[in-house]
Design a protein. Structure first.
Length: 210
């Protein structure tokens, strides 16, 4: 289970069929539970050639431009583990136990080429997100931020930086992961132009047609 264990072609085929990668495993599911309700799961991706950031997304990038942003291979530090513990205090249900529920500790232990976006304020880690790189796409895994800085929109900021990286590197798609039908905590994933939804019948269709 290392970065060479899943070829680019194999990863592309998995992502195109709405499989996700957490830790050392790929998975997918089409039904989930949210706030005591059974919800249909909606896998999302962005067709990057058709994407334009909204005014609020551009404001987010401008507002947080003062922070240092590093992109590097996956390596979970003690500071990142501490940030994860603070971040997970925001949740009342489905609270993860460990950051390793989402990513292994190092890039060598990942089945994909896994990278991270790290955001620093005067040397202090305030946000971090993790993503996989494939031949034609980037797939987001998990993001976290200091809950004391919620108003800064750092979770969206790291997502935007990943999307920028995907576009700059000539990728065709950015995979956002899963959301739910109806209103939920994950609705921020639905606010991107050029979003497509997997119909669970092997096709991706424009979100407005779902």
């Amino acid at each position: 289970r290392n970065s060479s264990a899943a070829s680019d072609v194999y990863k592309r085929q998995l992502w195109e069929r709405a499989w996700r990668h957490f830790g050392t495993h790929f998975f997918r599911y089409n039904i989930g539970f949210y706030e005591g309700e059974v919800r249909r799961v909606t896998p999302l991706r962005i067709r990057l050639a058709d994407l334009s950031f909204s005014k609020s997304q551009r404001r987010n990038l401008k507002r947080n431009a003062r922070f240092r942003v590093d992109v590097s291979p996956l390596f979970i530090t003690d500071e990142a583990r501490s940030l994860f513990l603070r971040h997970k205090s925001r949740f009342s249900e489905g609270v993860p136990e460990s950051i390793n529920d989402f990513v292994p500790s190092t890039a060598d232990a990942s089945p994909c080429t896994t990278m991270q976006v790290s955001v620093f304020d005067d040397g202090r880690l305030i946000a971090e997100s993790y993503f996989d790189i494939g031949e034609r796409a980037i797939s987001g895994i998990y993001g976290m931020f200091d809950p004391d800085l919620t108003q800064s929109g750092l979770g969206i900021f790291t997502l935007l930086k990943e999307i920028e990286l995907a576009r700059e590197s000539g990728k065709e798609f950015y995979y956002l992961g899963y959301a739910y039908e109806g209103n939920s905590f994950y609705d921020y994933k639905k606010r991107f132009a050029a979003t497509e939804v997997y119909d669970w019948q092997s096709k991706w269709i424009a979100a407005g047609e779902f």
